[in-house]
Design a protein around this ligand. Structure first.
Ligand code: GAP
Length: 445
């Protein structure tokens, strides 16, 4: 994890937020390559939900919803972590994570480990961030930053149904920020105070819930595999009954073998009709589905695959991180699936003279109209390749003496290191062909 964190900082993927003030707990900013990688993860999720099927529609609901939303959803009463305070070091810890919580004082290492640690009894602490609407503090109504994007989908269920021309089974998908006041030990972007979720609520006739639950378990596992995560680093784990959220009758987590151990990547839950029932009761609105021809009425059940953008990105980064030796030097390389890589192709002049930089720049300007590309002429060719390997660029185009003679360039592959000679005019098609080809992590072989 330390190596991935260091690479993220060195190459500006992700770094601590508010750093000039010493940082702020569990909060990170995404730099240039981090933004591009994150957008590619989100893009692939939308592609699998919207472009590759026709039974899901998109939504972007508000972060601040009517405060009664959270009464109805159960978050106001039940979305809590058990916390203990230490009267000695004045720090606050999650009672169920004491085995990972560093104490604020020496010689104690973990909270509660020595007699000096004076811990209170656990108290329930609500994870929602509260704020208020209104110009004068205290006079407006209290509202909450959403702790999950899902509730906006339930509130809009009836409205979406009226224009989406869909009937159950159908889904509503949304990507957006959620907020949780997490008291937790570090672990980089694994658990942060604000994070993006990719959630889809799939509304089904009640007797089809079991079928669709199995469908989404298989589909979501396959998504991570198709994007290159190693199969032996992925598993599905069903929740024990005492782990289930208040709304769920069955949940399985897609877990990934992070450097911190097997941990949740995504939750897939059978939420039954809990949310629609609650919102119907609290709002007084009818939220059932009425089938036109038969007149049948029912509250759909909901199957929900809920993933985190940052957490998925961390899994892709950990899985892709590799070190090997090249020409006697150590190379750090991100073996990202090409569709996820922030930059697809780097165009580099072999030397910085003889018209090569000008020609390379011309080729770069052609290519960037079709794929994310970078031009780099600074430093030795070896150094420039290392830079691209570190950000996971799958292909490098080198312009050399021969390019000036016969119009061909070399096309280097990040993983196999093979160099093919390709006519300049065929580059665009060749890169498109490679991007569309099935990909498998070279770390598997
Ligand atoms: N609507 C259901 C729901 O929110 P969840 O398991 O609490 O379920 C879904 O969250 C996913 O969101 C998690 O699997 C994780 O990937 C991500 N996630 C949750 N809390 C997070 C946090 N504090 N920081 C980063 N990602 C988080």
């Amino acid at each position: 994890m330390d190596k991935v964190v260091a690479l993220c900082k060195r190459r500006g993927f992700v770094f601590p937020a508010s750093e000039i003030y010493g940082g702020i707990a569990n909060t990170y900013d995404y730099g240039h390559y981090g933004v591009l990688l994150k957008q590619n993860v989100i893009g692939q999720w939308w592609k699998s939900m919207i472009q590759e099927r026709d039974d899901i529609v998109a939504l972007d609901s508000a972060i601040i919803q009517h405060p009664r939303t959270w009464e109805a959803s159960g978050h106001l009463a039940g979305f809590t972590d058990p916390l203990v305070d230490c009267r000695t070091c004045k720090l606050r810890f999650r009672a169920d994570h004491l085995d990972q919580a560093a104490c604020g004082r020496r010689p104690s290492k973990l909270a509660g480990q020595t007699p000096e640690c004076d811990l209170t009894d656990p108290r329930d602490f609500n994870l929602m961030f509260e704020t208020s609407i209104g110009a004068v503090k205290g006079e407006g109504s209290a509202v909450f930053l959403r702790p999950e994007t899902a509730q906006g989908i339930f509130l809009d269920f009836k409205t979406v149904l009226s224009f989406a021309r869909r009937k159950p089974p159908f889904g509503i998908a949304q990507v957006g920020k959620s907020f949780r006041n997490e008291i937790t030990p570090g672990n980089f972007i694994f658990r942060t105070l604000e994070f993006e979720q990719m959630e889809m609520e799939f509304f089904v006739p009640p007797d089809q819930a079991g079928h669709w639950y199995e469908h989404w378990l298989a589909e979501r596992m396959s998504w991570y595999e198709r994007l290159g995560l190693r199969r032996d680093h992925l598993r599905l784990r069903a929740h024990d009954p005492d782990e289930l959220s208040h709304y769920s009758s069955a949940t399985s987590d897609v877990e990934y073998l992070f450097p911190i151990g097997w941990s949740e990547l995504e939750g897939i839950a059978d939420r039954g009709n809990f949310d629609l029932t609650q919102h119907a009761e609290h709002s007084g609105q009818k939220l059932e589905y009425v089938d036109g021809p038969s007149g049948e009425r029912y509250l759909p059940h909901v199957i929900e695959p809920a993933a985190g953008v940052g957490r998925s990105m961390l899994a892709f980064l950990c899985d892709a991180y590799d070190e090997d030796e090249l020409g006697g030097d150590q190379r750090t390389v991100l073996r990202l699936h090409p569709v996820l890589a922030p930059v697809k192709v780097a165009v580099l002049p072999l030397v910085n003279k003889d018209g090569q930089p000008e020609l390379a720049r011309e080729i770069y300007e052609e290519l960037r109209r079709h794929v994310p590309a970078e031009f780099d002429s600074g430093g030795s060719i070896g150094k420039r390749y290392r830079r691209q390997d570190e950000i996971g660029t799958p292909w490098g185009v080198t312009v050399d003496h021969q390019t000036l003679e016969d119009g061909t360039v070399t096309l280097r592959d990040r993983d196999s290191l093979e160099q093919a000679r390709v006519p300049r005019g065929e580059l665009r098609d060749e890169i498109a062909r490679r991007l569309a080809a099935p990909w498998r992590s070279p770390k598997l072989t």
